[in-house]
Design a protein around this ligand. Structure first.
Ligand SMILES: [Mg+2]
Length: 383
């Protein structure tokens, strides 16, 4: 007997804006972030299942969208085509739903959450084979001085963190090199250091940086150049320091082009940037086929996206052997989920439960923006 149909009959969209514990200063391209500003999508199905998704717009210079522009899309009915979708037929967001970016991610994550409940399986089991029981976390620092970095890093070392990401891209290269050497000198031998310039350097600045870090055990340099300068990134690989792509990698097509042009060693997957779990998985498989590695990264996001990202990371065999960005909720003054409870001593472990495993412990802080549903009479006619 075939499984009973379960189709989406209603959705709610919420806007949630949560202050960061500490403002986050990035490169000169992005300035300083003070809040996580996200949209939450809740779907309901005809068999009473619920799924949660989250859209984390990264801003015009990063992903091309903002909290305001995504909310306008919602009011224009961008999620409307999710009504009537059958859980079991879900193959990722297809047109007329958005097919990339944070709105697509919200749909895909919500559908997988509900699908996991439908099959009584954790989401990772819908995606592939488990390769990791737990994953290490990284901790980022703002663009600043070595003493600013160490003031953040020292307490995190005591908590068990061993991977740190220094944000760069808004100061002279000589200053950044001095900062990096000072931080390295203060770290224990088992710690890992990476930098992220967030597109903040010219080719000349990046070359100056790379020429001077060849003797340092940097685990990666992320996005030293503007997103579309794949030729420049390929040229920088001559220095032998692993290069990670983040802003350059918005979708699976980008991944294939980056691979074809030899523009990266490491691929920074973010569920919300990349359009959800299935697009992220597609990128992961393309990267694996080219014998390259993936770092699971994050936007300034809440526990719904973090959980989905952990389910995906769990099934990717080719992850970098150091920290991943599963610390986002620890940087918030609040969250809608209990994701932070899964983190201990600088590592994160998935609990065993169906769906995305998250508990929406703080759902009441979500502000309902819109509710759309199929009237019961139409549902009867459609079935
Ligand atoms: Mg980055």
């Amino acid at each position: 007997m075939s499984a009973p149909a379960s189709q989406v009959i209603a959705y709610d969209v919420y806007r949630v804006r949560i202050p960061l514990v500490t403002p986050y200063h990035l490169s000169k391209v992005y300035g300083t972030l003070t809040h996580s500003d996200v949209l939450i999508l809740r779907i309901e199905t005809s068999t009473g299942l619920v799924g949660w998704g989250e859209a984390d717009p990264g801003g015009i210079r990063f992903t091309g969208d903002t909290p305001e522009s995504t909310m306008q899309e919602v009011h224009r009915g961008v999620f409307q085509p999710i009504l009537g979708q059958e859980l079991n037929n879900w193959k990722g967001p297809q047109s007329p739903l958005p097919t990339g970016g944070s709105l697509a991610a919200a749909c895909d994550v919500a559908m997988h959450d509900a699908l996991g409940h439908y099959h009584q399986k954790p989401v990772w089991e819908l995606l592939g084979t488990r390769h990791h029981q737990k994953l290490e976390l990284l901790w980022p620092t703002s663009s600043g001085t070595a003493s600013d970095d160490l003031a953040v890093i020292q307490p995190k070392l005591s908590e068990g963190f061993r991977t740190f990401m220094l944000k760069m891209g808004d100061k002279p290269i000589l200053e950044e090199l001095g900062r990096l050497k000072q931080v390295f000198a203060a770290l224990p031998k088992d710690a890992h250091l990476m930098t992220d310039a967030n597109q903040g350097w010219t080719r000349e600045e990046a070359k100056e940086f790379f020429q001077n870090v060849q003797d340092l055990p940097l685990v990666l340099v992320e996005q030293p150049l503007v997103a579309d300068d794949l030729e420049g990134l390929n040229d920088l690989r001559q220095y032998g320091v692993p290069i990670s792509v983040d802003e350059s990698l918005q979708n699976p097509e980008n991944a294939r082009e980056i691979i074809a042009k030899g523009a990266a060693d490491i691929f920074s997957i973010k569920i919300s940037k990349n359009g959800g779990l299935l697009r992220g998985l597609e990128i992961g498989k393309a990267v694996e086929a080219d014998n390259k590695r993936v770092m699971m990264n994050s936007m300034i996001e809440l526990g719904i996206t973090q959980s989905a990202s952990l389910h995906l990371g769990t099934v990717l065999p080719n992850l970098v052997p150091f920290g991943h960005a599963y610390m986002s909720t620890l940087r918030m003054s609040d969250d809608v989920t209990d994701f932070s409870d899964w983190i201990q001593s600088g590592t994160v472990r998935l609990p065993e439960a169906p769906g995305s495993n998250i508990n929406m412990v703080r759902a009441p802080i979500c502000q309902l923006a819109t509710r759309v549903f199929i009237p019961p009479t139409e549902l009867i006619m459609a079935s």
